[in-house]
Design a binder for this molecule. Structure first.
Ligand SMILES: [Zn+2]
Length: 77
């Protein structure tokens, strides 16, 4: 994958000192690829070329790797 050094200012420092960020991951149920990150009650999904979206739950996205459509109803507990 090419290296993009585009630091988008749209997302403020949500990752700043956030512990256990892995527990906020939303991963593909089939291949485990990262689909999005739960933050502030919304699903933050980053697509290629810097497109970023915030979805309310339930959120649905298609895996970039295997094409499986996954749905999440909220952060895992
Ligand atoms: Zn997948």
């Amino acid at each position: 994958m090419p290296t993009h050094n585009s630091h988008l200012p749209a997302v403020r420092c949500a990752q700043d000192r956030t512990p256990r960020i892995s527990s906020n991951d939303w991963r593909c149920s089939r291949c485990g690829a990262l689909l999005g990150i739960h933050r502030d009650g919304l699903m933050h999904v980053s697509f290629a070329r810097g497109h970023e979206y915030l979805f309310s739950y339930p959120a649905t996205a298609t895996c970039r790797h295997c094409g499986t459509m996954s749905q999440t109803k909220g952060p895992a507990r």
